[in-house]
Design a protein around this ligand. Structure first.
Ligand SMILES: *[C@@H]1O[C@H](CO)[C@@H](O)[C@H](O)[C@H]1NC(C)=O
Ligand SMILES: *[C@@H]1O[C@H](CO)[C@@H](O)[C@H](O)[C@H]1NC(C)=O
Length: 143
């Protein structure tokens, strides 16, 4: 039963992520996703990470932007479309443990261990959006 549920969820999720193979800054990517699809993807579960990993494999840049942002004033990382997840996949030296500057955002590596890394937000990368399934507006993922 559990595995059937996760297969169902996997199919559902896989249909709701799209890799945009254009190079944009984090803010441009955010606007693009919101204008043409739903939003930059927020990776709050291991399952979502696995679908992001699969999409990211066909990127042309060596990292892809996701909806992971650092707030300089309050000094923490957060997903733009979710409560803070328990799931974490930071590369060593990245994330909350490290000393952070302003003007950074989170990306996923497209090769190797495909962990989360912090990059200057004006770097230009491919990115992954949630997209709507049909016109129902039900593309948002709540796991
Ligand atoms: C995006 O950047 C990568 C790496 O710099 C490059 O190989 C690729 O051709 C670029 N893609 C586009 C659409 O400009
Ligand atoms: C973040 O992770 C990447 C990939 O593992 C690594 O190259 C980089 O040095 C790390 N950043 C810091 C500040 O350690």
């Amino acid at each position: 039963m559990g595995s059937m549920l996760s297969i169902f969820i996997s199919l559902f999720l896989s249909d709701n992520l799209i890799l945009i193979r254009e190079n944009m800054t984090w803010n441009e990517a955010l606007s693009y996703c919101r204008e043409h699809h739903v939003d930059l993807v927020s990776i709050t579960t291991e399952l979502l990470q696995s679908w992001v990993t699969e999409r990211a494999a066909s990127a042309t840049s060596s990292q892809v932007w996701v909806g992971l942002r650092f707030t300089c004033s309050f000094h923490f990382w957060f997903w733009i479309r979710s409560d803070a997840g328990c799931y974490q996949n930071w590369a060593p030296g990245n994330g909350s443990d490290s000393q952070q500057d302003c003007g950074i955002a989170g990306a996923v590596e497209t090769t190797g261990r495909q962990q989360w890394v912090s990059l200057e937000e004006n770097q230009r990368l491919n990115f992954i959006c949630y997209k709507c399934s049909g016109d129902s507006g039900e593309g948002l993922i709540h796991l």
